[in-house]
Design a protein around this ligand. Structure first.
Ligand code: AMP
Ligand code: MG
Length: 404
């Protein structure tokens, strides 16, 4: 028997970080930077106005008050985006908009609210009366005050969300070097499986695991595709992978790894570089990991609850770690049990539960059996119960993994 930690380490060692790639910034959300981001230019790129108003020489309006305002000729108009910027002559003002370049010769902006708004138009003899003084530098955004060219603005490993990708765009970068998502191929096995949306015959069931695992992989930040489920025949198993496997970084199977007959995954992969072992946990005891045709493989049991718990315990943290994503493991919360429960001896047990964050208490939902998928769907956390525990009492503190 392996411990949970031993099998976690085996799976983690199997999934290697993908080589960095360059991609369009709009495609990089949720990935991490492969290299430090060094600013190629400054932000702001030029001194510009922080207000809609008038660019002035501060000394020209030094004494301005409501009672004794200063009136200046408005010599020009500078909207945002104007690129030929006329210099300011002393004793005059330029009307200026937020984000427009400061003219040479001006050192402050007085916002429109502190003036009469200008009279007589912009071209030809317009004037503005200013009611307040402004010190030099006021309402001017200085070039480089946010980012100086050459500065490291994001470290390698930074997670790219809206602000980080916005910063890249602001710096003029159309592409970015990232750790790409791990590509996972999902395969369900079982001669009893049928596609959802098609009729069932007696003894058949719908393939729940493919959809469940695709969703879990994508939620973990990786890329997932499915190969259509295969019956419990080794030739079909191999044939289904013939043209697909090479495009993926990981094959994730469910079913066919227990101790019965017709264990297709075990039969197909045992002699091919995948090692099958029992892990001291419930659910999810039969597990396998290794390489097939040069591609890492993790094999999980077929019961849907076992499969999803196995994914949470072994695969999700390994995927996130390989991609450099923050918090590869679920955040651990300590919560107080609000019921008495039993747990099998000598096995780690993962029960489904609901956590009350206000009171810090937790209860299990549904029985321990590994086919009670409906109850997993009602849960928002896993309880990680220690191997040595056989009886847990109301009031005991337990480790909980919120699943959000
Ligand atoms: P196995 O691990 O193949 O022995 O399967 C264990 C149990 O899980 C059996 O009851 C299977 O019918 C069920 N099972 C296996 N694969 C799936 C699947 N993809 N969707 C739903 N149930 C499954
Ligand atoms: Mg099966």
């Amino acid at each position: 028997m392996r411990t949970v930690e031993e099998h976690q380490a085996i799976v983690a060692a199997l999934i290697r970080p993908p080589a960095p790639v360059s991609m369009a910034i709009a495609d990089a959300a949720g990935l991490v930077l492969a290299d430090n981001l060094v600013a190629p230019n400054s932000l702001p790129g030029f001194d510009n106005s922080a207000m809609d108003g008038y660019a002035v020489l501060a000394s020209d309006i030094a004494g301005a008050t409501k009672e004794s305002p200063v009136t200046l000729v408005v010599a020009d108009d500078i909207p945002a985006g104007r690129t030929d910027i006329p210099a300011l002559a002393p004793g005059t003002a330029h009307r200026i908009m937020t984000g427009a370049p400061m003219p040479a010769g001006a050192d402050a902006v007085v916002q429109v609210e502190a003036t009469d708004g200008g009279k007589g138009g912009i071209e030809g003899g317009g004037k503005v009366t200013v009611f307040e003084s402004r010190a030099a530098g006021v309402h001017v955004r200085k070039a480089g005050e946010d980012v100086a060219a050459g500065e490291t603005v994001l470290p390698s490993g930074a997670l790219l969300g809206p602000a980080q990708l916005g910063l890249l765009a602001a710096l003029g970068q159309a592409t970015v070097s990232v750790i790409p998502p791990v590509r996972v191929l999902v395969m369900s096995t079982g001669s009893e499986l049928v596609d959802p949306g098609t009729p069932l015959r007696d003894g058949q069931i719908y393939d729940a695991n493919a959809t469940m695992l695709l969703t879990a992989i994508r939620a973990a930040g990786a890329v997932a595709e499915q190969v259509h489920f295969v019956p419990d025949r080794v030739e079909d198993f191999y044939a289904a992978l013939d043209d697909r496997l090479g495009e993926f970084d990981l094959l994730l199977t469910s079913g066919g790894v227990s101790a019965g007959a017709y264990e297709v995954v075990k039969d197909a992969l045992s002699s091919q570089g995948v090692e099958f072992a029992k892990v001291a946990m419930q659910p999810g005891m039969p597990q396998g990991a290794g390489q097939f045709r040069g591609v890492p493989v993790v094999t999980m049991p077929g019961n849907p609850v076992s499969a999803l718990v196995s994914f949470e315990v072994f695969v999700r943290p390994a995927l996130r770690r390989a991609m450099g994503l923050p918090r590869p493991s679920r955040t651990i919360v300590r919560a107080v049990l609000d019921e008495d429960i039993e747990s099998p001896p000598d096995k780690r047990q993962f029960r489904r539960g609901t956590l009350n964050r206000e009171t810090g208490s937790v209860v299990t939902v549904g029985p321990a059996g590994s086919h009670f998928l409906r109850w997993f769907a009602a849960a928002d956390c896993l309880l990680n119960l220690p191997a040595e525990a056989t009886v847990l009492h109301r009031g005991d503190t337990v480790e909980v993994w919120p699943l959000d």
